[in-house]
Design a protein around this ligand. Structure first.
Ligand SMILES: NC(=O)c1ccc[n+]([C@@H]2O[C@H](COP(=O)([O-])OP(=O)(O)OC[C@H]3O[C@@H](n4cnc5c(N)ncnc54)[C@H](O)[C@@H]3O)[C@@H](O)[C@H]2O)c1
Ligand SMILES: [Zn+2]
Ligand SMILES: [Zn+2]
Length: 378
């Protein structure tokens, strides 16, 4: 245990604070409190912008959770550790994760789920352990996002919500593995278990959808069809293994009909990577009788999925996944290694490198659909 003299002090640093839903972020001086027991404080190096940050920032559903610091796809360096932390040391390189792994709850030990019961998706804007914030501006608490809040020069996370990674890995690229890319890879490999020679349809060719594509390609899928309303995504799609593209705006018949014709009756696997529950229905309809549909998107509106029962009675499966089903501490280091061995592509997903002061540019680019991942150099 560290003596009081060695205890970390409050740090005053720069953070991008959202004061209200959809309002431009303001770069503010915030006080970041020291890590409490089992927590670590991280100097954030890079944080890429995920669609989920933008969806939550725009949402008017929880106005009481502002002012708030967003950001959850991040790499950083451990600055200080709280009491009882044995897994991390000052100077360790880490990725943050929006669902942690305590390794002791029923879900963590089950081997069947990554929905840790102690460090699961945090929705109240506070730390899991004491339901308080670690950020303040002149005594006023600033809410967290997913218990990560990486759009700040320093942040505090639970030690179960960070994963130690190799110091050889470039921080400005591996941050993508902290959420979106891993989610897509895991959806194809772990959740759907895409098999060699199979047919795959992906709705939405953003970072998540393209990561599903690269995972399906690595597994040897014979046909990978991408569906996107933005034709600019099609060129990129090919680099990630997409074999043909459909723009729904150019079709005068329902998409499932088009896909059934292209795949001799329907796809083996379909993935919803848009964040539109209507697309979940379309994805299920696009599968053959044994097909597996995996939904990854976080809907902006209408959380209900509508499915005709006969689609399921005939044998189709509908699944959903957060973080691709990976258990972060157990599985993430291996994904970083696969990237270092050049088995996983990350570079081509980074369309913009952005200085922290220009963070609002990243939000605008994603709102307008003009980027894949913007990496913000914090
Ligand atoms: N489950 C998870 O763990 C997880 C992790 C990260 C992101 N997400 C969610 O996954 C979704 C995708 O994330 P992303 O970062 O790739 O987002 P993105 O915005 O970069 O990509 C979405 C793509 O969908 C396309 N699109 C939009 N409307 C469409 C429509 N009606 N028909 C066809 N294509 C359409 C867009 O042109 C874009 O290419 C989001 O909802 C995000 O919140 C989930
Ligand atoms: Zn994310
Ligand atoms: Zn757990």
């Amino acid at each position: 245990m560290s003596s009081p003299a060695e205890s970390p002090a409050i740090i005053t640093c720069k953070a991008a604070v959202a004061w209200g839903p959809g309002e431009p972020l303001l770069l503010e001086e915030v006080e970041v409190h020291p890590p409490k027991a089992m927590e670590i404080r991280i100097k954030v190096v890079c944080s890429s912008l995920c669609r989920s940050d933008v969806t939550q920032w725009e949402s008017k559903a929880q106005p009481s959770l502002f002012p708030r610091i967003f950001g959850h796809e991040a790499s950083g360096i451990v600055e200080s550790v709280g009491e009882d932390v044995t897994e991390f040391e000052v100077g360790d390189h880490v990725l943050t994760v929006f669902i942690g792994e305590c390794k002791s709850c029923k879900h963590c030990v089950s081997g069947k789920s990554n929905m840790c019961q102690n460090l699961g998706l945090e929705r109240k804007g506070v730390m899991h352990t004491d339901q308080n914030t670690r950020f303040f501006i002149k005594g006023r608490p600033i809410y967290h996002y997913c218990a990560v809040s990486s759009f700040s020069e320093y942040t505090v996370v639970h030690s179960g919500c960070a994963v130690k990674v190799s110091k050889d890995a470039p921080m400005d690229r591996i941050c993508l593995l902290s959420c979106g890319v891993s989610a897509g890879l895991g959806a194809a490999w772990k959740v759907a278990n895409v098999s060699e020679g199979s047919t795959v349809v992906i709705f939405g060719l953003g970072t998540v959808g393209l990561s599903v594509a690269q995972a399906a390609k690595i597994r040897g899928a014979s046909q990978i069809i991408g569906v996107d309303t933005d034709p600019q995504k099609f060129e990129k799609g090919k680099a990630f293994g997409v074999t043909s593209c459909i723009n729904p705006d150019d079709c005068n018949e329902p998409i499932p009909q088009v896909i059934k014709r292209m795949t001799d009756g329907g796809a083996d696997y379909s993935f919803e990577c848009i964040g539109d529950t209507g697309a979940v229905t379309t994805a299920l309809q696009s599968c053959d009788a044994w097909g597996v549909t995996v939904t990854l998107g976080v809907p902006k509106t209408n959380p209900d999925v509508s499915v005709h029962y006969s689609l399921l009675l005939s044998g189709r499966t509908l699944k959903g996944t957060l973080f691709g089903g990976w258990r972060p501490k157990s599985d993430l280091p291996s994904l970083v290694l696969q990237y270092l061995e050049k088995k996983i592509l990350l570079e081509d997903l980074v369309t913009h490198d952005i200085a922290f002061d220009d963070i609002n540019e990243a939000f605008s680019l994603m709102k307008e659909g003009k980027c894949l991942r913007c990496v913000i150099h914090v």
